[in-house]
Design a protein around this ligand. Structure first.
Ligand SMILES: Cc1ncc(C[n+]2csc(CCOP(=O)(O)OP(=O)(O)O)c2C)c(N)n1
Ligand SMILES: [Mg+2]
Length: 410
């Protein structure tokens, strides 16, 4: 054998950079309906393949096919459609509001609407999500007030969080939406801890953890999996793989694992991959995992395969690191278009009804925006009181804060 040469590091690179032709030939997409639906008490060893495939229900023709289909009625699907359209319209209005200086910051969901909207419909009241900034559909699909959401984005006098959180970092206990933390991956340990507490109290409520592809590189993600696996905590561990973590492509955090779902296998956690742009598939897989948790069968890990069509946030310019046309080349399509085609095929929807719904939804979002703006925006109108800064953290305010509050005269 020859002498070994000098060592070198392997640094994964995305397939294409700006100026190149988008290429997703590495994303292997099975036919819709091709992946089996195991019993919810299946032995994790027997369903390892599900971590390397993609569960899909809607085929290219818009039909719902295979063992994961058939769970939702026309009415439920139309409701899901409206939720996704509402989230998209909400995003578009808030993006403009940021450009107009009414808020400092905004984060969109463009292309990822099916995931949070469908997941919420599979949960029960009292269950708790530990979301990231890209799951506002959990609130929209649960009927949370858009006015309150906008007031939070504007940090105005009616902001439920009183200007203490970055815009889009909502919080609503009654809607099962734990306060968003900007520190990525903290959601995972908190969700598993909450789920363990629910089991210790012999309660019936389950938790859902949320994380992005990039954030799975954080140690909190791995620590959470240890606890979920050991104690069989009643938790659904969601990974939203939208291909990018700001300018870093998913291959960096995925590393040598074939898929993000495969991360769960080493922990003996049933791990599934699902088409994140297919409302029916997301709902079906969420339902499966939630039922497992509820029946005390333990955690399930779900990787949603999707694409972040918009910029990471209003502070980001994706043309610096990926081809401008990459989102057009994304092979799993657009979640709203796909559900629309399916509903039309079922005879439950039409182009005209879609246009009408778009107009109605835009009207309701604009009305909510007008109302929210009557309470102020970032630089105009009402603001939370400076006194609020001191409230709501300590049961008993420490002396140094009391002094500061006195100095501020509030
Ligand atoms: C602990 C921590 N590290 C870094 C950041 C800065 N940061 C904010 S979002 C982000 C990218 C996250 O990407 P991903 O997890 O894929 O989620 P996505 O934004 O794609 O939904 C980074 C690095 C942070 N907020 N917290
Ligand atoms: Mg990402």
């Amino acid at each position: 054998m020859s002498e070994p040469g000098p060592l070198s590091l392997h640094v994964p690179e995305p397939a294409v950079r700006p100026g190149g032709t988008p290429d997703f030939s590495n994303v292997k997409i099975p036919k819709a309906g091709a992946v089996p639906r195991p019993e919810i008490d299946a032995n994790p060893e027997d369903i390892r393949d599900l971590a390397f495939s993609i569960i899909r229900v809607l085929n290219r023709a818009g039909e719902a096919v295979g063992p994961w289909a058939g769970l939702l009625s026309d009415e439920e699907l139309i409701e899901g459609m409206r939720h996704m359209m509402t989230l998209r319209t909400f995003d578009a209005r808030m993006l403009i509001a940021q450009r107009q200086g009414k808020t400092s910051f905004y984060m969109q969901h463009l292309g990822e609407e099916a995931i949070s909207c469908a997941f919420r419909k599979a949960l029960s009241p009292g269950d708790m999500n530990f979301p990231t900034y890209r799951q506002a559909g959990l609130l929209i699909a649960d009927g949370y007030s858009m006015v309150d959401m906008m007031c939070q984005v504007y940090s105005n006098a009616r902001d439920p969080l009183k200007g203490r959180q970055l815009p889009v970092m909502y919080s609503s206990k009654p809607h099962g939406f734990f306060t968003i933390s900007g520190n990525l991956a903290t959601q995972y340990v908190q969700a598993v801890g909450w789920a363990m507490a629910s089991a210790i109290r012999n309660d019936t409520k389950i938790a859902a953890a949320w994380i992005g592809d990039g954030s799975t590189a954080e140690s909190d993600f791995h620590a959470a999996l240890v606890f979920a696996s050991t104690y069989k905590a009643p938790v659904v561990l969601n990974i939203v793989n939208n291909q990018w973590a700001i300018s870093t492509f998913q291959g960096i955090a995925r590393g040598g694992a074939g898929t993000f779902a495969a991360r769960g296998l080493g922990f003996g956690i049933p791990s599934l991959r699902v088409d994140g742009n297919d409302y029916l598939a997301v709902y079906a897989v969420a339902k499966w995992a939630i039922e497992r948790a509820r029946r005390n069968l333990g955690p399930t890990l779900i990787e949603y395969v999707t694409y972040r069509v918009g910029a990471h946030s209003t502070s980001d310019d994706p043309s610096a690191y990926r081809p401008k046309t990459e989102s057009d080349a994304w092979p799993l399509g657009d979640p709203i278009e796909r559900l629309k085609n399916h509903l039309i095929l079922r005879g439950a929807w039409s182009e005209e009804r879609h246009k009408q719904a778009e107009a109605e939804i835009l009207d309701s979002v604009i009305a909510a925006q007008k109302e929210a703006e009557s309470y102020g925006t970032l630089h105009a109108g009402g603001k939370p009181s400076a006194r609020d800064m001191f409230e709501g953290v300590y049961a008993e305010m420490p002396p140094h804060l009391r002094r500061q509050r006195q100095q501020a005269g509030v």
